[in-house]
Design a binder for this molecule. Sequence first.
Ligand code: NAD
Length: 248
Amino acid sequence: MNLNNKKVIITGAARGIGYEIAREFLKAGAEVALCSTTEEGAKKAKENLLKEFPSSKVYAQKTDVSKETEVQNFVDNVLKEFGGIDILVNNAGITRDTLAIRMTEQDWDAVLNVNLKGTFLMSKAVLKIMMKAKSGSIVNMSSVVGQSGNAAQANYSASKAGIIGLTKSLAKEFASRNIRVNAVAPGFVKTDMTDKLSDQIKEQTLALIPLKRFATTTDIAKAVMFLSSDDGGYITGQVLAVNGGLYI
Ligand SMILES: NC(=O)c1ccc[n+]([C@@H]2O[C@H](COP(=O)([O-])OP(=O)(O)OC[C@H]3O[C@@H](n4cnc5c(N)ncnc54)[C@H](O)[C@@H]3O)[C@@H](O)[C@H]2O)c1
């Protein structure tokens, strides 16, 4: 896939799915700006990406996507560095899993703030730039549990279902400006987020997946690339499930 000189923002790209999306975009010739929760995470990700893709352009900044001033500062700096933003991937996300009856207000707020509000804030800041350019593509990271629901993930599932509503609304609002907005809904992907689940839960989940394997971060990155590139140029407001058949 050719994404030569496309300017891409990826949130939460210090590790896991976000980092792999950054690698795939750089491989395809894009320029990548990433943010993550810690200074060290952002710095290390940039260093490692430049080690692998030495002639590429990579910008990294510690940014909490749930804080509007930090988001605006990050987007302003990316614009200064790159001169434009063609693609936004809202990938940053967290979990605070527990049964609803034990879920605290803080557990609820933390997850909704990062996953849903963060996706809104970053989209809002970037959409202003894309509107002026009359072009752009946004891909939001939902989840299979935003479609199916999941016990002990009321906050997370609600945030990921909310992302689907947000995606469809923004798609309708910005289609006339030639800006497309889609979502990817991964199933179970092997990352730090899922490594903390018990072996029992992992085995139970695997038994429910028709393709009989967990997703790799590359499986998810390829779907994000397709939707955000011109290959997906007539697709907007859609949710692409990448879940091995876990939810059909
Ligand atoms: N791993 C899975 O099985 C799976 C399944 C479905 C959806 N997802 C979604 O994919 C995305 C990436 O998941 P992952 O498994 O790579 O997670 P991960 O925990 O490995 O990485 C998450 C990244 O988000 C960043 N982040 C967290 N809070 C942030 C904040 N407030 N501001 C900026 N960055 C922040 C972290 O620094 C980290 O780089 C998430 O949105 C997650 O919900 C993951």
